[in-house]
Design a binder for this molecule. Sequence first.
Ligand code: GDP
Length: 467
Amino acid sequence: MNFITRQTQQIIDKTLDNHICLAVTGLSRSGKTAFITSLVHQLIYATQSQQLPLLSVYADGRLLGVKKAAQSKLTVPPFAFDEAMSNLYADDPKWPVSTRGVSEINLVLKYQVKTGMTRFIKQTGTLKLQIIDYPGEWLLDLPMLSQTYQSWSETFFTHHQTTLHQVNYKPWLDKLSKVNLLDPMSDEEVALLAKEYTDLLYEAKKQGGYFIQPGRFVLPGEYQDAPVLAFFPWPIHQNAINESDWLSPPKESLLHKLQTRYKEYCHSIIKPFYENYFSKFDRQVVLIDCLQALNQGQKAFNSLEFSLTQILDSFHYGKRHILRRLFSPCIDKLLFAATKADHITSCQQPNLLKLLNSLVKDAKSNIGFSGIDIDSKVIASIRATIQGKLTKGSHITPVIKGYDTESNQSVTLFPGDVPPYCPNGEFWQSQQFNFVQFAPPKLEKHDYLPHIRLDSAIEYLLGDKLK
Ligand code: GDP
């Protein structure tokens, strides 16, 4: 089938309600690649593995088969599923390479139709599932669309830099203090200052900062080294200039260059992403790694909380929201999933769900008004530990056992209590959460990827389309 025919077929399928575009996002290392790899694997092998009891089409015995299908959008890089599987099934298993940009993978699910008139005739249904993976950092850029370069700079220096990052900006700011914003500056010099700013963002990310803006600076995708990414916020309070200069700076000045690039970034990068991808999503999963943030401490956790609020604004498209004015997004189901639940003992999973719910509470009530159906779940896409119990006299402690990649040995531990709410100051003083980076499970060729409640997530996202 050629490209045009494929696109036309997709529109027909959408009309017949047998095509679904499922988008998967989350901040870096939240588990997007592991989630998609496992989701595809679980569906393809559903009938052999018998690992999806909570997926009703499988539990009813109506799932006939699932296979990969050709991509409809030929301009999007394919999701590297085969490579991910080779990593996981190697003799020395490795986690798949994490998401760096947008990618796509397509599946076709064949099932026996259950409901309606057709239930009397054994009719076969087909669901075409298009899965799109993209970095959550890109959604952090949404507020920039309604800001000017000046107001963006102001917000960065009055709020983000001071409250969300633990990085020393001083040497870079000292350099800027010697620069006159109204003087000309060569492209090379601007690029150098922008690179230093980007390095600080990478450092902030390393220190547990989740709010990184502009998001493409750390995950540039196809824009790596493009001049449109060579700008930076200006410390307005440190180097004040007249209001009239902000409005019409000299043509050759640094300010003119920074303003032009900022506008171009909004126009050529942020907007097209919402136009070309976001507005076509039917369903969305937002993956959240709460445990890593708990492990990194209070500032990291606050930064995660703030970033999620920003990200979720992309789904809160009430009548007057900027997204509604620009495009007509059509997501009808949104799932928040706390990932890597195999890092905690099963008795702590209810607390993790409560923590997740308190993190997204405000967003949930806002989004609810936009008519989107929302749910939250605790999952492990690829379970890397096993649960157990340690008995000492009459005392029984629940534990998990896995292979720690740092100490290079098998460990058995109780990782700690997960707080059932966004923690306060007291919690951080006595915080003893011990989050270990586990190696992926060691699998034989005939083994299937173990998971925790991925089937319940799939049921929520696709169940109603497989009736
Ligand atoms: P992405 O940046 O969102 O694509 O994140 P990845 O899917 O690459 O996950 C980042 C890292 O988190 C992986 O390399 C693993 O170390 C870990 N991870 C992801 N999912 C799981 C899971 O289900 N269980 C465990 N134990 N670790 C996971």
